[in-house]
Design a protein around this ligand. Structure first.
Ligand SMILES: C[S@@+](CC[C@H](N)C(=O)[O-])C[C@H]1O[C@@H](n2cnc3c(N)ncnc32)[C@H](O)[C@@H]1O
Length: 253
Protein backbone atom coordinates (compact mmCIF):
# COMPACT_ATOMS: atom_id res chain seq x y z
CA UNK A 1 0.00 0.00 0.00
CA UNK A 2 1.37 3.44 -0.94
CA UNK A 3 2.14 5.93 1.84
CA UNK A 4 -0.56 8.41 0.75
CA UNK A 5 -3.20 5.70 0.50
CA UNK A 6 -2.24 4.30 3.90
CA UNK A 7 -2.51 7.78 5.43
CA UNK A 8 -5.94 8.47 3.92
CA UNK A 9 -7.08 4.97 4.94
CA UNK A 10 -5.81 5.45 8.51
CA UNK A 11 -7.64 8.74 9.01
CA UNK A 12 -10.81 7.34 7.42
CA UNK A 13 -10.73 4.34 9.79
CA UNK A 14 -10.09 6.67 12.74
CA UNK A 15 -13.12 8.74 11.73
CA UNK A 16 -15.31 5.67 11.36
CA UNK A 17 -14.14 4.28 14.72
CA UNK A 18 -14.91 7.58 16.46
CA UNK A 19 -18.32 7.81 14.83
CA UNK A 20 -19.03 4.20 15.80
CA UNK A 21 -18.02 4.89 19.40
CA UNK A 22 -20.28 7.95 19.61
CA UNK A 23 -23.26 6.05 18.18
CA UNK A 24 -22.66 3.01 20.38
CA UNK A 25 -22.29 5.01 23.57
CA UNK A 26 -25.26 7.25 22.74
CA UNK A 27 -27.38 4.12 22.37
CA UNK A 28 -26.04 2.95 25.73
CA UNK A 29 -26.85 6.32 27.39
CA UNK A 30 -30.41 6.25 26.00
CA UNK A 31 -30.90 2.64 27.09
CA UNK A 32 -29.41 2.97 30.58
CA UNK A 33 -30.23 6.61 31.33
CA UNK A 34 -26.66 7.03 32.64
CA UNK A 35 -23.95 9.33 31.27
CA UNK A 36 -20.51 8.13 30.11
CA UNK A 37 -17.18 9.91 30.72
CA UNK A 38 -15.40 11.34 27.63
CA UNK A 39 -12.32 9.13 28.14
CA UNK A 40 -14.60 6.08 27.62
CA UNK A 41 -15.71 7.48 24.24
CA UNK A 42 -12.03 7.87 23.32
CA UNK A 43 -11.11 4.37 24.54
CA UNK A 44 -13.99 2.70 22.63
CA UNK A 45 -13.11 4.78 19.54
CA UNK A 46 -9.53 3.45 19.78
CA UNK A 47 -10.66 -0.17 20.09
CA UNK A 48 -13.15 0.12 17.23
CA UNK A 49 -10.64 1.87 14.96
CA UNK A 50 -8.01 -0.77 15.65
CA UNK A 51 -10.50 -3.55 14.92
CA UNK A 52 -11.59 -1.86 11.67
CA UNK A 53 -8.01 -1.31 10.54
CA UNK A 54 -6.72 -4.73 11.60
CA UNK A 55 -7.02 -6.45 8.20
CA UNK A 56 -7.19 -3.44 5.92
CA UNK A 57 -4.17 -1.33 6.94
CA UNK A 58 -0.45 -2.04 7.47
CA UNK A 59 0.24 -3.58 10.91
CA UNK A 60 1.98 -0.44 12.32
CA UNK A 61 -1.40 1.36 12.19
CA UNK A 62 -2.87 -0.91 14.90
CA UNK A 63 -1.09 0.72 17.84
CA UNK A 64 -1.59 4.19 16.35
CA UNK A 65 -5.32 3.64 15.90
CA UNK A 66 -5.66 2.28 19.42
CA UNK A 67 -4.01 5.21 21.19
CA UNK A 68 -4.72 8.15 18.85
CA UNK A 69 -8.24 8.94 20.20
CA UNK A 70 -7.04 8.75 23.82
CA UNK A 71 -4.06 11.01 23.08
CA UNK A 72 -6.38 13.37 21.18
CA UNK A 73 -8.76 13.53 24.12
CA UNK A 74 -5.87 13.92 26.60
CA UNK A 75 -4.42 16.70 24.43
CA UNK A 76 -7.65 18.66 24.70
CA UNK A 77 -7.28 18.62 28.50
CA UNK A 78 -3.77 20.09 28.41
CA UNK A 79 -2.94 23.76 28.72
CA UNK A 80 -1.83 25.11 25.27
CA UNK A 81 1.41 26.27 26.92
CA UNK A 82 2.58 22.64 27.00
CA UNK A 83 2.28 22.40 23.22
CA UNK A 84 4.27 25.61 22.85
CA UNK A 85 6.97 24.29 25.22
CA UNK A 86 7.13 20.98 23.29
CA UNK A 87 7.45 22.88 19.98
CA UNK A 88 10.32 24.98 21.35
CA UNK A 89 12.19 21.87 22.61
CA UNK A 90 11.72 20.10 19.27
CA UNK A 91 12.98 23.20 17.47
CA UNK A 92 16.09 23.45 19.67
CA UNK A 93 16.91 19.77 19.05
CA UNK A 94 15.93 19.49 15.39
CA UNK A 95 17.14 22.97 14.42
CA UNK A 96 19.11 21.70 11.40
CA UNK A 97 16.17 19.78 9.98
CA UNK A 98 14.84 23.20 8.98
CA UNK A 99 18.11 25.01 8.32
CA UNK A 100 20.13 22.31 6.53
CA UNK A 101 17.52 19.58 6.00
CA UNK A 102 19.48 17.27 8.31
CA UNK A 103 17.51 16.08 11.35
CA UNK A 104 18.99 14.31 14.36
CA UNK A 105 19.20 10.55 14.23
CA UNK A 106 22.02 8.81 16.01
CA UNK A 107 24.62 6.29 14.98
CA UNK A 108 24.54 2.98 16.80
CA UNK A 109 27.15 0.78 18.45
CA UNK A 110 28.08 -0.97 15.18
CA UNK A 111 29.08 2.36 13.65
CA UNK A 112 31.30 3.21 16.60
CA UNK A 113 32.94 -0.22 16.34
CA UNK A 114 33.53 0.21 12.60
CA UNK A 115 35.03 3.69 13.05
CA UNK A 116 37.15 2.48 15.93
CA UNK A 117 38.62 -0.29 13.77
CA UNK A 118 39.40 2.27 11.05
CA UNK A 119 41.11 4.56 13.58
CA UNK A 120 43.11 1.58 14.81
CA UNK A 121 44.20 0.76 11.25
CA UNK A 122 44.92 4.32 10.07
CA UNK A 123 46.06 6.03 13.26
CA UNK A 124 44.95 9.57 12.38
CA UNK A 125 46.07 12.55 14.43
CA UNK A 126 42.66 14.21 14.30
CA UNK A 127 39.10 13.06 13.61
CA UNK A 128 36.06 15.25 12.99
CA UNK A 129 32.34 14.46 13.24
CA UNK A 130 30.57 16.91 10.91
CA UNK A 131 27.27 17.35 12.74
CA UNK A 132 28.05 15.47 15.95
CA UNK A 133 24.54 15.52 17.46
CA UNK A 134 24.84 14.62 21.14
CA UNK A 135 28.51 13.59 20.61
CA UNK A 136 27.93 9.96 21.52
CA UNK A 137 30.20 8.81 18.68
CA UNK A 138 33.18 11.07 19.38
CA UNK A 139 32.93 10.68 23.16
CA UNK A 140 33.09 6.88 22.91
CA UNK A 141 35.91 6.99 20.37
CA UNK A 142 37.84 9.58 22.40
CA UNK A 143 37.84 7.27 25.43
CA UNK A 144 39.16 4.38 23.35
CA UNK A 145 41.77 6.39 21.43
CA UNK A 146 43.30 8.89 23.85
CA UNK A 147 46.09 9.85 21.45
CA UNK A 148 43.66 11.04 18.73
CA UNK A 149 42.14 14.55 18.82
CA UNK A 150 38.35 14.48 18.27
CA UNK A 151 36.26 17.46 17.19
CA UNK A 152 32.51 17.69 16.71
CA UNK A 153 30.62 20.54 15.05
CA UNK A 154 26.99 21.06 16.03
CA UNK A 155 24.58 24.00 15.67
CA UNK A 156 21.34 22.66 17.18
CA UNK A 157 21.45 24.53 20.54
CA UNK A 158 20.19 21.78 22.86
CA UNK A 159 22.30 19.10 21.20
CA UNK A 160 25.38 21.30 21.44
CA UNK A 161 24.87 21.77 25.21
CA UNK A 162 24.25 18.06 25.66
CA UNK A 163 27.37 17.22 23.60
CA UNK A 164 29.51 19.68 25.61
CA UNK A 165 28.30 18.11 28.82
CA UNK A 166 29.00 14.60 27.55
CA UNK A 167 32.59 15.50 26.61
CA UNK A 168 33.26 17.68 29.66
CA UNK A 169 35.93 15.38 31.15
CA UNK A 170 37.59 14.31 27.89
CA UNK A 171 40.73 16.33 27.13
CA UNK A 172 40.99 14.94 23.58
CA UNK A 173 37.36 15.68 22.62
CA UNK A 174 36.19 19.16 21.70
CA UNK A 175 32.68 20.23 20.65
CA UNK A 176 32.24 23.50 18.70
CA UNK A 177 29.03 25.45 18.28
CA UNK A 178 29.71 26.17 14.65
CA UNK A 179 28.26 25.50 11.20
CA UNK A 180 30.72 22.99 9.77
CA UNK A 181 30.59 24.65 6.35
CA UNK A 182 32.21 27.74 7.80
CA UNK A 183 35.04 25.83 9.52
CA UNK A 184 38.30 24.65 7.99
CA UNK A 185 38.69 20.87 7.70
CA UNK A 186 42.41 21.12 6.96
CA UNK A 187 43.57 19.65 10.27
CA UNK A 188 41.62 16.39 10.10
CA UNK A 189 42.74 13.08 8.66
CA UNK A 190 39.37 11.40 9.15
CA UNK A 191 35.98 13.05 8.69
CA UNK A 192 32.73 11.31 9.62
CA UNK A 193 29.26 12.31 8.40
CA UNK A 194 25.75 10.99 8.97
CA UNK A 195 23.72 13.67 7.24
CA UNK A 196 21.37 13.20 4.26
CA UNK A 197 21.80 12.67 0.51
CA UNK A 198 21.45 16.38 -0.21
CA UNK A 199 24.80 17.81 1.06
CA UNK A 200 27.07 14.87 0.20
CA UNK A 201 28.57 16.23 -3.03
CA UNK A 202 29.30 19.55 -1.33
CA UNK A 203 30.89 17.69 1.59
CA UNK A 204 33.07 15.71 -0.79
CA UNK A 205 34.19 18.83 -2.67
CA UNK A 206 35.15 20.55 0.57
CA UNK A 207 37.12 17.44 1.63
CA UNK A 208 38.99 17.49 -1.68
CA UNK A 209 39.72 21.18 -1.33
CA UNK A 210 40.84 21.23 2.28
CA UNK A 211 41.89 17.85 3.62
CA UNK A 212 45.32 16.41 2.94
CA UNK A 213 45.98 13.60 0.49
CA UNK A 214 45.40 10.24 2.10
CA UNK A 215 42.73 11.57 4.44
CA UNK A 216 39.39 9.77 4.45
CA UNK A 217 35.73 10.77 4.42
CA UNK A 218 33.47 8.24 6.14
CA UNK A 219 29.81 8.67 5.29
CA UNK A 220 27.19 6.59 7.03
CA UNK A 221 24.23 5.59 4.84
CA UNK A 222 24.58 8.34 2.24
CA UNK A 223 26.74 8.02 -0.84
CA UNK A 224 28.58 10.80 -2.59
CA UNK A 225 26.76 10.96 -5.93
CA UNK A 226 28.92 9.97 -8.89
CA UNK A 227 31.93 8.98 -6.75
CA UNK A 228 32.80 5.34 -6.17
CA UNK A 229 33.46 4.50 -2.54
CA UNK A 230 36.90 3.23 -1.72
CA UNK A 231 35.44 0.71 0.71
CA UNK A 232 31.98 -0.19 1.99
CA UNK A 233 32.09 -1.23 5.62
CA UNK A 234 29.17 -3.04 7.26
CA UNK A 235 28.01 -1.02 10.25
CA UNK A 236 24.68 -2.48 11.34
CA UNK A 237 21.55 -0.94 9.87
CA UNK A 238 23.50 1.16 7.35
CA UNK A 239 26.81 0.81 5.51
CA UNK A 240 29.72 3.09 6.18
CA UNK A 241 31.28 4.34 2.95
CA UNK A 242 34.93 5.30 2.87
CA UNK A 243 36.14 7.83 0.31
CA UNK A 244 39.85 8.50 0.09
CA UNK A 245 40.89 12.08 -0.54
CA UNK A 246 43.31 11.95 -3.46
CA UNK A 247 46.03 14.36 -4.56
CA UNK A 248 45.13 13.89 -8.24
CA UNK A 249 41.48 14.69 -7.63
CA UNK A 250 42.59 17.81 -5.82
CA UNK A 251 44.97 18.91 -8.55
CA UNK A 252 42.36 18.54 -11.29
CA UNK A 253 39.96 20.91 -9.53
C1 LIG B 1 21.93 12.60 11.66
S1 LIG B 1 22.63 13.53 12.95
C2 LIG B 1 24.10 12.60 13.27
C3 LIG B 1 24.64 12.78 14.66
C4 LIG B 1 25.96 12.03 14.94
N1 LIG B 1 26.98 12.38 13.97
C5 LIG B 1 25.74 10.54 14.93
O1 LIG B 1 26.14 9.92 13.93
O2 LIG B 1 25.16 10.00 15.88
C6 LIG B 1 23.21 14.94 12.04
C7 LIG B 1 23.55 16.12 12.91
O3 LIG B 1 24.19 17.12 12.10
C8 LIG B 1 23.82 18.39 12.59
N2 LIG B 1 24.08 19.34 11.49
C9 LIG B 1 23.49 19.35 10.28
N3 LIG B 1 24.00 20.33 9.51
C10 LIG B 1 24.94 20.96 10.27
C11 LIG B 1 25.85 22.05 10.03
N4 LIG B 1 25.87 22.68 8.85
N5 LIG B 1 26.69 22.42 11.03
C12 LIG B 1 26.68 21.76 12.23
N6 LIG B 1 25.85 20.73 12.50
C13 LIG B 1 24.99 20.32 11.54
C14 LIG B 1 22.34 18.20 12.97
O4 LIG B 1 21.91 19.16 13.91
C15 LIG B 1 22.35 16.79 13.55
O5 LIG B 1 22.54 16.81 14.93
Amino acid sequence: MGRALSLVGGFAVLGLGTLGSLLLLRAYVEWSGQGVPPWLVAAVAGLLSMALGWFTLPAWWRGVLLIAPVIGWGGLQLHPGWFLAAAVVILLVQFNAIRHRVPLYRSGRDVIEALSAEIEARRPGAFVDLGCGDALVIAKLARRHPSVRFTGFETAPLLYLWARWRCRSLDNCHVCYRDFWSASWRDYEMAFTFLSPQPMLRVWRKCQREMSAGAGLYSLAFEVPGVAADAVIEAGRFDLMRYAVLVEARETR
